[in-house]
Design a protein around this ligand. Structure first.
Ligand SMILES: CC(C)(COP(=O)(O)OP(=O)(O)OC[C@H]1O[C@@H](n2cnc3c(N)ncnc32)[C@H](O)[C@@H]1OP(=O)(O)O)[C@@H](O)C(=O)NCCC(=O)NCCS
Length: 165
């Protein structure tokens, strides 16, 4: 249904289309310029070359169309976090859940992690559904400061290796 692959610099225009519209409403809040997209891909490629590896990022493809980005970050030796963003016109097809399943599998094998965590903005319930479908459990909320100085209770999720879903 969807496949994951490493990004290349040629993906920058597609990345600007992903980071726009409703996709950035509860995430970065700002559209990505083409220069920022190039910088983002360069950072991703540099992180992929680090040892020990602390970040994995993949483009999400539907057929040949780059529709999103999903990342895994090692936060401690055994715990990582995942995040994802899909272009608005691809939502509602199960693509994010499918991509999250792939990344959970990589986390507990190649990356050697035993716990994953993720969070989403309270006004973004679709992201919570993605996590639940990927096997995560809702574990509470965590207050985050916004740029405007207000506090937002983000919904927190976790998934432990070896606990059947
Ligand atoms: C969150 C996001 C990745 C979902 O992508 P997607 O490919 O549409 O996700 P899926 O199709 O796999 O699953 C979406 C689920 O959310 C549900 N959903 C959609 N809108 C919803 C809403 N307003 N309230 C509750 N559930 C909602 C869908 O019904 C579906 O669940 P179901 O399969 O049980 O019916 C996408 O909306 C996105 O990129 N948002 C902006 C970036 C973002 O928020 N990233 C997450 C921060 S970590």
């Amino acid at each position: 249904m969807v496949t994951l692959r490493a990004l290349t610099l040629d993906d920058a225009p597609a990345l600007t289309r992903i980071y726009s519209g409703a996709s950035i409403r509860h995430t970065t809040g700002k559209p990505l310029t083409i220069d920022q997209a190039h910088d983002k891909i360069r950072t991703v490629l540099a992180r992929a070359a680090e040892t020990p590896r602390a970040q994995w990022s993949w483009g999400i493809l539907h057929e040949d169309d780059l529709i999103g980005l999903i990342s895994l970050r090692r936060r401690t030796p055994a715990m990582g976090t995942i995040s994802y963003i899909l272009r608005e016109d691809s939502w509602g097809n199960g693509y994010a859940a499918h991509a999250a399943h792939h990344v959970v599998a990589v986390s507990f094998t190649t990356a050697g992690l035993n716990r994953l965590e993720a969070m989403h903005h309270p006004d973004n319930p679709a992201s919570g559904r993605v996590l639940i479908k990927a096997g995560f459990t809702h574990i509470g909320t965590s207050d985050r400061q916004t740029d405007g100085g207000t506090t937002v209770p983000y919904e927190m999720y976790a998934l432990q290796k070896g606990i059947p879903v």
